[in-house]
Unconditional design. Structure first.
Length: 431
């Protein structure tokens, strides 16, 4: 590929996919290949689509995106389309047969081949040199690939393979590069953060990793995403309380609370164990925000079991909750079960759950009015600066809106006094 040609990268799915795209962009940049992000204007010669294949809706979005760019190729607007990521890994042969207009489908571990196909040289020793697609003041850092869990509903281990922890030295090196680039908030991601180190060191090394990242003294906030409830590394409690740069934020997807469903889901944890763990969070991290996610409409979920889940949410009062309707995934243990909860009922349960959570979130937000929080300003939207407290992660949680008349700056921290709240978001002014 000539240096004058350009490549547009389109990323779908989770933050881990985003990191993969950023690594690819970094490799292309090292080869002096012009890169266009999805939102960038201008014509691209080649489009690379990084797909998601996790649930039905994500698959549909990926297919629709591929087809839209294939249509542009047919009209001569772009020269080539390549597809990578989870959907491509899982259905490579089928997709190649059904959408032959795509130049090539690549799997999740085919970075070297993608770079070479585009016309670049693969630089394996420079994988840390990413091109960020987030605002420059925060970045995601992937600490592991794959997953060793056997959750019945999840196809990720079949797509991404077994859990592989990155060497701690490589993570620290990448973190330093991100800090040099101006990153103030570091968000650690993996399919399961708590498993970090078990494959390489035969013990859970996440607490040690977080401690070393904190010791760099390079970030204002270090945020942990996707902690697994089974055998939670309780050393994290002390690290979070003793390190002011580690966010008081626990993101721990629980999926359900009914013992029967948890067993069928193969989560390796019971309702009683989950309740005890949450009690420890509340006792040892009294100021921490708890974020979780649940699946409704799992095969065989009864009204009583769904009611048990609602009661649990009302009792715990999570700060943030995500909800998914069960989606049957091929070749997973759950797909052998009778998916007997109608789609309409799944959607009704999801809506009811979120209605309950909205009421809880409103109550919790009311308690913040009059208080002052350290806020990281992400962007401007309309008449407001939009930022977040340490209790909220980008894209998925609530935000703080501050009038443009206030003296805030994008990418900087401000002390904001909360004046009101509305639909998960807070409003405030400079303290």
């Amino acid at each position: 590929m000539r240096d004058s040609q350009s490549v547009r990268i389109v990323t779908l799915g989770c933050a881990k996919n985003m990191v993969d795209s950023e690594v690819l962009m970094g490799q292309l940049k090292l080869n002096n290949i012009k890169i266009l992000k999805e939102q960038d204007k201008g014509k691209a010669d080649t489009v690379v689509i990084n797909t998601c294949g996790f649930i039905h809706d994500a698959k549909e979005e990926s297919i629709d995106t591929i087809l839209s760019y294939v249509e542009e190729k047919k009209r001569g607007k772009i020269k080539e389309v390549y597809v990578m990521g989870c959907l491509s890994e899982r259905y490579k042969e089928q997709l190649a047969k059904e959408i032959p207009e795509v130049g090539q489908f690549f799997g999740v571990n085919d970075l070297e081949f993608i770079v070479k196909k585009i016309g670049g040289e693969y630089r394996s020793k420079l994988l840390c040199e990413r091109v960020l697609t987030t605002p420059p003041h925060y970045a995601y850092l992937k600490i592991a690939e794959g997953c060793d869990r056997s959750c019945s509903f999840c196809a990720i281990p079949k797509i991404r393979g077994p859990h592989v922890s990155r060497p701690m030295e490589a993570i620290l090196q990448e973190a330093e590069l991100l800090a040099q680039g101006g990153v103030k908030e570091l968000l650690l991601v993996a399919q399961d953060l708590t498993y970090y180190g078990i494959d390489s060191d035969q013990k859970k090394m996440l607490p040690q990793l977080v401690e070393k990242l904190s010791a760099l003294k390079r970030f204002d906030w270090i945020r942990l995403h996707y902690l697994y409830p089974n055998n939670f590394p309780e050393e994290l409690f002390e690290i979070i309380t003793s390190h002011s740069d580690v966010c008081n934020y626990i993101d721990i997807p629980l999926q359900h609370i009914s013992d029967r469903i948890l067993k069928s889901m193969r989560r390796g944890v019971t309702k009683e164990e989950t309740v005890r763990l949450i009690e420890k969070f509340r006792k040892k991290l009294p100021g921490a925000a708890l974020r979780t996610a649940f699946i409704v409409g799992y095969p065989g979920e009864t009204e009583q079991e769904f009611g048990e889940l609602l009661d649990f949410i009302r009792e715990v009062k999570f700060d943030r909750v995500g909800v998914f309707t069960y989606s049957e995934e091929e070749n997973t243990p759950a797909c052998k079960l009778d998916d007997n909860v109608p789609d309409e009922l799944k959607n009704e349960r999801a809506a009811e759950l979120m209605e309950v959570q909205q009421h809880i979130a409103d109550q919790l937000d009311q308690q913040k009015i009059g208080k002052t929080f350290k806020v990281l300003v992400d962007r401007i939207d309309g008449e407001y600066f939009v930022g977040r407290t340490e209790f909220d992660s980008p894209e998925v949680d609530g935000e703080v809106l501050v009038p443009l008349t206030e003296n805030c700056r994008i990418g900087e921290f401000s002390d904001i006094k909360i004046t009101s709240s509305d639909n998960f978001d807070l409003f405030g002014v400079l303290a």
